[in-house]
Design a protein around this ligand. Structure first.
Ligand code: JBZ
Length: 261
């Protein structure tokens, strides 16, 4: 198991990656030598005077297509000095498989990954066909390029590298790590603008609090992301909670009485 990770990001806009990792958790992890985020300007791998990275599409049509050769050569240069021989080379593209936490976990097992950001109308098909080992999309919305998706993936993956999160936070506690949404959190004051913190949380009864939180996890996942519940591994208590929420008080004498009057 590695305890360091390097992400090379091939992009036409390397400066975009400076600010997002320059603060907080990631800054600390970089300063501690746990992670290395290395934006690489694709333009540096052109050989012509004007450093051209795009060209018009064969067959005609609007817009420009990113040329394959600077991208292939940039990856060649990375391969020459990589310590991991089978590192993933990931193209960010709307055509890719949908990113999720399981993919983040898989990627975090590597000591080195490469992210390729497309821009303009698209990228020469020989990049996904013969260079990338994987194509990933972060979701179904239209973006201008792969830079923001690369940031999303880098964030999700790097925080899983051992030591990146402080000792307080564990990636195992994450929403989605167990495939369900998290319970709601509150802090002081106990009442704000007339809105009270749920009384159970102030009770000091830790068993009851744990039970309430587990029910909240089931309740909000059912309300907001029901499809997640289908995939989750639920215990007996959880299943009873789902049953109770889906069919509230079915068969209860009290409900029948209340309904009538
Ligand atoms: C992505 C041309 O480069 C693009 C454009 C849109 C886009 C990506 C790359 S990656 N959308 C996504 O992850 O959904």
């Amino acid at each position: 198991m590695h305890n360091k990770m390097r992400i090379d990001i091939l992009t036409l806009f390397p400066q975009l990656f400076e600010a997002p990792f320059g603060f907080g958790i990631f800054k600390r992890a970089i300063d501690n030598g746990l992670i290395n985020i290395n934006p690489i300007n694709i333009r540096d791998y052109t050989h012509d005077k004007h450093h051209i990275v795009d060209d018009s599409p064969y067959g005609g049509g609007a817009g420009m297509v990113m040329k394959p050769d600077p991208i292939f050569e940039a990856v060649d240069a990375i391969k020459e000095k990589s310590e991991e021989k089978d590192f993933p080379i990931i193209l960010l593209t709307p055509q890719g498989r949908l990113f999720n936490h399981k993919i983040a976990l898989e990627l975090s097992l590597h000591s080195h990954i490469v992210l390729i950001c497309g821009h303009y109308e698209g990228i020469d098909e020989r990049v996904p066909e013969h260079l990338a080992t994987d194509c990933i999309s972060i979701g179904d919305y239209v973006l201008t390029g792969g830079e923001v998706p690369a940031l999303v993936i880098a964030d999700a993956v790097l925080r899983l590298v051992p030591g990146v999160l402080g000792s307080e936070d564990s990636p195992l506690d994450d929403s989605h790590a167990h495939g369900l949404l998290e319970y709601p959190q509150y802090t002081r004051p106990p009442e704000y603008r007339g809105h009270k913190v749920p009384e159970i949380l102030l009770s000091g009864n830790h068993a009851q609090i744990a039970k309430w939180r587990r029910e909240q996890i089931i309740k909000r996942t059912l309300e907001r992301r029901p499809e997640l519940l289908d995939k989750a591994e639920l215990g007996k208590e959880d299943k009873l909670t789902v049953e109770r929420l889906v069919h509230p008080r079915e068969g209860s004498e009290r409900r029948k009485k209340n309904k009538k009057g």
